[in-house]
Design a protein around this ligand. Structure first.
Ligand code: SF4
Length: 424
């Protein structure tokens, strides 16, 4: 929210020129198109009826990849590539292969790199999964949200259990052992009973990872969310109960809790990274990717290089026009101060491990802010949300859902969030 126009393409170019020969790179490609609008959506997307537009976008992506590759000049090694959206599988598999081919040609992509893609199961065509596996995708994330037909009707996203089941079975048949589900609590018409059934069905399908996110109803910011009847939304108490029930069911079924809202089977790469303290958090959520440099391609995609955030033009039209002129499409961003870097590291650590040493945060903050952080933490401590271990704060057992609320205590941009039910 604090990005502004002071960051330009030149800033990103300068930073990318400093990438070293073997620096790991995490690549992200944003595909902003969807077939229809889910009313809860908070993504940068557009409903697109004409595939010719998507084809033009693929060409623009390839141009942008070539532009950034020219700056990298062979330096940097992509260790992962993630296609997000929107709906990446709005694109035909041949077009996804075309983009991958451009990355391989221009930047290089080793066989060991992880290739992840978010899928809308409703858009899968016959043989798509087989095709995606054959071009190298080895991590699939399915937007499931909720299995209850009433809830699905209330969010304009109808997809049957059978559809998801057959999608998972096709992915497994391709030999892929990294399938992830996105689930949302706080959706209209969810009840304890309906959500318990959804989680039961999730467990029956046995994905390797599950993300359980809270739906954020922000109709003033996202006007299409007004299509959701706010009277049918669970209240704050029920939201917390749904999240807690999902946590109990998933951990009871053998999933390991990762950070505060992810779950993974113990033998999954994410759980193994968490157990050896290698878990990180980036724009896609929790990750086992060690790369510190992230390069985003496509409309609204964000790059992060050595303290610089640079976000591309959000509008598809403006993005494509800029790229066609041969220019890097950066529109805005932020250069982190030293204090922000220290604070960001502590927030990331807290969200990944549910504990963090805050001495560096306090040292980097001006005295008035350090006092504000300490008094917010005192409040969390007296409410039993955290306790201290030396200079580290530790989120109390059972309070993981409040990790983000505790993180607001460090964040110089926001007021500490101590309304706990509202924070979940
Ligand atoms: S498929 Fe995803 S990005 Fe597209 S409208 Fe639905 S929630 Fe939004």
């Amino acid at each position: 929210m604090h990005f502004d126009g002071s960051v330009t393409a030149r800033d990103l170019t300068e930073k990318l020129s400093e990438v070293q020969l073997y620096d790991p790179l995490s690549l992200y490609v944003h595909v902003p198109f969807c077939r229809q609008l889910c009313w809860y959506c908070g993504c940068n997307m557009r409903v697109e009826n004409y595939y010719t537009r998507a084809r033009e976008y693929v060409e623009a992506l390839k141009t942008e990849i070539a532009l950034q590759a020219g700056i990298l000049a062979g330096r940097g090694v992509p260790t992962s590539m993630h296609f997000g959206g929107g709906t990446p599988n709005y694109l035909l598999c041949d077009d996804l292969a075309d983009i991958l081919g451009a990355v391989e040609r221009e930047i290089g992509l080793t066989d060991s790199a992880d290739l992840a893609i978010e899928l809308d199961p409703r858009l899968l065509r016959d043989d798509d999964i087989h095709h995606l596996v054959s071009i190298g995708f080895n991590r699939f994330s399915l937007g499931v949200q909720d299995f209850d037909p009433d809830v699905q009707a209330a969010i304009n996203r109808l997809q049957s259990f059978d559809l998801i089941e057959s999608c998972v079975s096709d992915i497994r048949a391709g030999g892929v052992d990294d399938v992830s589900f996105d689930i949302l609590y706080g959706l209209p018409r969810q009840t304890e009973a309906s959500f318990a059934q959804t989680i039961e069905k999730v467990i029956a399908l046995s994905p390797d990872r599950v993300s359980v996110f809270g739906y954020a109803h922000l109709p003033d910011l996202l006007p299409h969310q007004r299509l959701i009847d706010s009277e049918t939304l669970p209240d704050e108490t029920l939201r917390a109960e749904l999240a807690e029930a999902a946590d109990a069911s998933l951990t009871g079924a053998g999933y390991r809790r990762i950070g505060f809202d992810h779950y993974a089977k113990p033998d999954n790469a994410l759980a193994m990274a968490a157990s050896v303290g290698r878990l990180k958090r980036n724009f896609q959520g929790f990750t086992d990717d060690a790369a510190m440099t992230q390069i985003g391609f496509g409309a609204s995609a964000i790059s992060y290089v050595d303290g610089l955030y640079a976000q591309n033009e959000k509008s598809v039209g403006a993005y494509m026009e800029t790229v066609r002129r041969g220019e890097t499409p950066v529109a805005r961003g932020l250069v982190r101060t030293k204090r922000e870097t220290v604070t960001a590291a502590a927030i990331s650590d807290l969200l990944c491990r549910l504990e963090t040493d805050i001495s560096a945060v306090l040292k980097a903050a001006p005295p008035a802010d350090a006092i504000r952080v300490c008094s917010a933490l005192e409040r969390f401590e007296s409410d039993g949300i955290i306790h201290w271990r030396g200079d580290a704060i530790v989120i109390a057992e059972g309070a993981h859902l409040l990790a983000r609320a505790v993180a607001t205590a460090f964040d110089p941009y926001v007021q500490p969030q101590i309304e706990y039910a509202a924070a979940v």
